[in-house]
Write a protein that binds this ligand. Sequence first.
Ligand code: SAM
Length: 482
Amino acid sequence: MQSQLPIEAFPAWALLNNVDFASAEIRNIDGKGLGLVAKHDITEAGRDASSSPAIVRIPRDLVLSAEAVEEYAKVDQNFKQLLEVAGRQSTRGDILLYLLTQIIQSKGTSPSTRPFASTPWTEYIKFLPRYIPIPTMWTNEERELLKGTSLEAAVSAKLSALSHEYDGICEQASNFPFWNDLFWGTVKVEDWILADAWYRSRCLELPRAGHAMVPGLDMANHSQTHSAYYDESSNGDVVLLPSSGSSILSGGEITISYGQAKSAAEMLFSYGFIDQESSIKELKLQVAPLPDDPLGRAKLRVYNGPPTVRLSLTEQGFQWDSPFLYLLVLNEEDGLAFRIAQDTSGERQLKLLWQDEDITDRTDELETLVQNHDLFQVFKLRAVAVLEERVAMQLDRISSGFSYGVTEQPQAANQPRAECILAAETLRDLETQVLQGVAEALENEKARLLLDARVVTYLGSMEDAQNEQASEPAANEDDEFS
Ligand SMILES: C[S@@+](CC[C@H](N)C(=O)[O-])C[C@H]1O[C@@H](n2cnc3c(N)ncnc32)[C@H](O)[C@@H]1O
């Protein structure tokens, strides 16, 4: 069991590590866990915001970045071993390995049972919550609440990926007796899930250090109308500064933005709450190649992004957007082709061609690339028809989804927590609204496309060809009956 520290001990930790909380302190904030509040009035007079005194300053050597992980590997030989076999593939992976090491360290009850070099993070993680309300930390019953929402597949895929990552690390680590003992005794997959949850909900992107976690600053909560922003100073320290023109009263919460364009599903997935102030109404649905498409696997392989379609409600009404959908509905007879090419190192690569032009690196521009084709409206009709079916399927699933009703209070111990019920219901309502709106918009779009002159001509020619085929004797008919 990891030990925890009360947040009252934070000022002592900050002092010891030169973290300057000049104008803020950490307090409990209703419904948000911990948060930052102003120690006195903070005003930004509209001069250059970056010249305002920092609300909080964190020295660069406390910033947990890819570089910091490499530095730690120089100090701790055991960690270096793990990093060499299981790390160095992504910043996220390396930071998670570091956090895992600190979680193991914090489970030790005495210095003799702490196997790694201690760092300020060893103590700092004791201030972090052990439960983050993101769905990878929900119970199975709570995750059932997401049935039919766009997070149903995303969360189960994420949990499989986490367990796959954890198994991979166990396997790599089993070559070292030191790590093998730890993975058979102290370390659990739940520790990896927690490290991932901390990273996902607390990681920032810094201009120079890149993706990083910053102790103290990661106590700032989110608001659409945020009053502060973070930056890196010229010496690499991280500073929290008042937003331009903001005025925070003493005792008021200091908030930052976690991103203005994130959908409700993204917010719940990464941060465990849905921002009621946000006006973003959208969702992403997975789309798969048609079962009888001989090019289906190649299309999935060659596509640069996730195989999804984005449905949204904007000022222009309900909209959909998906370059992948265009790839799905195009065929060889339209001018789509795949080739295998060999590069100078002898490696074979799958290439995608459109009208004989190599567009392998431009699959996300597919809608624009096909826009000037004579049959563009036909392609669009195909895409609309595929999407209509996919949206209807999702609507069916979301309406049959598990629902407690927000007012119902769960009774039994293993029943979902009220905040999970509320979050799932909010997501369900929002996504149902977008799906219904898009379904209607697709129906209208299909009706319009069916009246398009080029579509009418194309469908007519297809019908003629089919009729001709039907009236001709099948090629093998004579053979069979002669
Ligand atoms: C970077 S941490 C902020 C500190 C956090 N409140 C804590 O107790 O450690 C991000 C987490 O804070 C919570 N949070 C942040 N902004 C929130 C908001 N506007 N409403 C509800 N919860 C929020 C969420 O649990 C989120 O995962």
